[in-house]
Design a binder for this molecule. Structure first.
Ligand code: ARG
Length: 265
């Protein structure tokens, strides 16, 4: 089944503020390299037969490339983002406008949430992270708007500040995750829901290997996540490695650059 992704070219990408432990403004980032790496990710999706739509990048919003944070779209309904840090604030309305202009039913959020950064939709439930960015009240707001059960999970390691830095869906029913990123209770929930999950180690998590995108057959994943790649192959997945090292300087990987549009309106 081809997927539909929304992406934003990193034309204004920089690391000029620090809102997560990966970001070091004094070290800077190479925008041209970031653009080339991002083009490689877009091409990887297109080669797999997925559809990529684009949103216009906005000057002065260097993190707008991280489209996953722009909204959560399930069943053709777009739940808007409301960013935790003011530096990214204007991205929320910019992404929401993209959906409004195209006729999607949208919900302007009352509560702080960073879209698919913290909400991962599986077939029957939506997994939702909290602890660093998205507020618990937003989990409830999303559940009411989308009509899908939302399962709250607590993130405890600031390096894994968004749910999508520590967990990804393999096929809508099973997941891969880094247990230490979660509270004890949330680890227990994950073990209960996904007894057959792929468990990643620290080395793979530290190169944002869990920030991957799977269509159920192919997994687009940071190339440096070598053990995780091997385990995915052992389980029969086709692994498509990508190099997004420049975007990782802002704390993002392939999934961060990708907002999935589920179900047309
Ligand atoms: N610099 C961005 C931030 O800290 C990175 C966002 C990464 N996106 C994601 N879906 N994890 O907000």
């Amino acid at each position: 089944m081809p997927k539909h992704f929304l992406m934003c070219r990193p034309e204004h990408f920089t690391v000029e503020y620090a809102i997560n432990p990966w970001m070091r403004p004094e070290a800077g980032a190479d925008r041209d390299l970031a653009i080339r790496q991002w083009e490689g990710l877009k091409a990887a999706y297109e080669n797999l037969g997925h559809k990529v739509s684009l949103i216009d990048p906005v000057e002065g919003l260097p993190d707008m490339v991280f489209a996953a944070n722009g909204a959560l779209v399930v069943g053709g309904r777009a739940y808007g983002a409301r960013f935790a840090y003011p530096q990214r604030g204007p991205e929320g309305p910019a992404y929401l406008r993209w959906f409004t202009d195209r006729g999607y039913p949208v919900r302007e959020p009352e509560h702080v949430n960073e879209g698919e950064g913290d909400f991962l939709a599986l077939d029957d439930v939506v997994l939702a992270g909290t602890g660093f960015r998205t507020h618990l009240a937003a989990h409830q707001e999303a559940q009411e708007f989308l009509g899908r059960p939302v399962v709250s999970l607590s993130l405890v390691d600031p390096r894994f500040y968004h749910l999508d830095t520590a967990l990804f869906s393999l096929d809508g029913r099973n997941v891969a995750y880094f247990p230490d990123a979660f509270s004890q209770g949330s680890q227990e929930v994950l073990r209960r829901l996904f007894p057959d999950a792929v468990l990643a180690g620290a080395a793979d998590a530290e190169v944002l290997g869990l920030n991957a995108v799977s269509d159920g057959t192919n997994v687009v994943i940071n190339s440096e996540a070598v053990d995780l790649r091997r385990e995915l192959e052992r389980r029969g997945y086709e692994v498509i490695p990508v190099d997004l090292s420049e975007l990782r300087k802002a704390g993002g990987g392939p999934k961060c650059c990708t907002l999935e549009i589920r179900g047309e309106f």
